[in-house]
Design a protein around this ligand. Structure first.
Ligand SMILES: NC(=O)c1ccc[n+]([C@@H]2O[C@H](COP(=O)([O-])OP(=O)(O)OC[C@H]3O[C@@H](n4cnc5c(N)ncnc54)[C@H](OP(=O)(O)O)[C@@H]3O)[C@@H](O)[C@H]2O)c1
Length: 415
């Protein structure tokens, strides 16, 4: 067991990233620096960390700074020795994330992050799950827009279904009703890296297409999963739908949650996600255009020269992302429809009051990290790789509703 005296409860590694700065500002507003939750900011550049601390104002004057490099194992082990929880925003995780995760797993340090890179999570599970179980490190990936609203949204719906019907819903659909936000350089780099890896590796393409790729092999269900990969009419929502890019990670996390909870959602549980595009001809045209645009983007990302041109001339660079005003004006509204095996239905929704990927993600990651540091007990939630719903569950639903601008509620309307 680690002896911590005046050490921070948690350290933000990648504090100088675009999303790391948002997270630091949020932690400062919510917790100060030495109150209920003691935290420190870490990164590879002292000058950048000092600049970040100055930008946070006088309240951050006592914020401890820690130097560590994602490629320097000794510095990462020192970082782990200084705290109980590391929250990392250093991405693409598939390029920079493994040494830190290894250090956390080996030293019994709790860890959470913002990765949505399924292939990397799978590699980390295969390499470090046994180590984390032994050391007591709780590893929680996907603590941002992917995949907290989906994972906790399904968890919340199932809680309501159990209360109302006494059984879970075996079929759930999540539909993005509205969403306003942008992308940062790190998100683009992570997405491009997955597309690049997949273009070069047929086995990886097969793995990425498997809805159960993050389920423990012994608990992988057999039931075929629905996928929305083209424009189509969804009668349950009375609207056209188009593919939702985040479903590639969100659905894998929701299925992992079901597998880790001894199939609490049912052995034949099915789940899919899509974007609601409206009714009639307008809805059809919008859904078709979005599907074509997405396919074109993926195609361009898979071809080296086009990928380089996109990265160079079109997409945001590292450190860039939506403006503070765009984050404030952003939002998301996700609708869930659940049906029990005998056809009883329930509708719920999850909303956020900032742009999904940054304003809201900073708050979700901050509260997930606080939950890990302050709420979840090692006796009931021991070391290993968890999902947000399995380790945090109702506790994080409460934190997000009370302190992060999210709502989880019943919804009466069909759209
Ligand atoms: N799940 C979600 O909803 C969600 C939302 C937003 C972002 N993300 C993910 O979060 C990650 C960060 O995105 P972003 O746009 O904020 O990234 P970013 O601005 O490009 O920042 C990347 C960070 O990584 C740091 N870094 C790179 N190499 C390092 C090394 N060797 N040692 C230490 N630090 C190193 C950089 O440090 P310097 O500052 O010193 O250069 C920088 O702080 C991405 O993987 C993105 O996909 C996920």
């Amino acid at each position: 067991m680690k002896q911590i005296t005046e050490s921070p409860d948690l350290v933000v590694f990648g504090a100088t990233s675009f999303v790391g700065k948002i997270l630091c500002r949020y932690l400062l507003e919510e917790f100060g620096t030495r109150g209920e939750l003691k935290w420190a900011a870490a990164g590879r550049s002292n000058a950048k960390l000092e600049a970040l601390r100055s930008s946070l104002g006088a309240q951050a004057a006592a914020l401890p700074l820690v130097i560590a490099d994602a490629a320097d194992e000794a510095s990462l082990r020192k970082l782990c020795a200084s705290t109980r929880v590391v929250v990392s925003t250093v991405g693409p995780y598939a390029l920079h994330g493994e040494p830190l995760l290894k250090a956390c797993a080996e030293t019994g340090t709790d860890y959470c992050d913002l990765t949505g890179e399924v292939q990397w999570i799978r590699r980390m599970l295969q390499s470090y799950e046994a180590t984390a179980r032994k050391s007591g490190a709780r590893i929680v990936h996907c603590c941002g827009f992917d995949s907290i609203p989906s994972d906790l949204g399904v968890h919340f719906l199932q809680r309501q279904a159990m209360k109302q019907f006494g059984v879970p819903c075996t079929r759930i659909k999540m539909r993005v009703k509205a969403m306003r936000g942008g992308m940062s350089g790190g998100t683009v780099a992570s997405l491009m890296n997955v597309v690049k890896e997949a273009a070069a590796d047929p086995a990886l393409r097969k793995e990425l297409a498997d809805p159960y790729s993050l389920c423990p092999p012994s608990r992988t269900p057999k039931v075929r999963q629905p996928t929305i990969s083209w424009a189509q009419l969804d009668a349950d929502f009375g609207a056209w739908v188009a593919p939702f890019v985040m479903s590639a990670i969100n659905t894998r996390i929701v299925h992992r949650t079901n597998a880790l909870s001894k199939r609490a959602y049912g052995a034949d549980f099915t789940y899919d996600e899509a974007m609601l595009m409206g009714r009639g001809v307008k809805g059809m045209v919008g859904a078709t255009a979005l599907t074509a645009g997405l396919a074109g983007f993926m195609f361009a990302g898979a071809i080296g020269p086009l990928r380089s041109a996109l990265a160079r001339f079109v997409l945001p660079k590292t450190g860039e992302g939506p403006s503070a005003e765009a984050q404030r004006k952003g939002y998301f509204d996700l609708r869930f429809l659940g049906a029990t095996a005998d056809g009883r239905q329930i509708r719920t929704k999850v909303t956020g009051d900032r742009d999904p990927g940054y304003g809201s993600t900073g708050k979700m990651l901050g509260q997930a990290a606080a939950c890990l540091a302050l709420d979840v007990d090692k006796a009931t939630k021991p070391g290993g790789f968890w999902t947000p719903a399995t380790i945090f569950g109702d506790g994080l639903v409460r934190r997000l509703s009370d302190r992060a601008g999210l709502t989880f509620e019943h919804s009466d309307s069909r759209h």
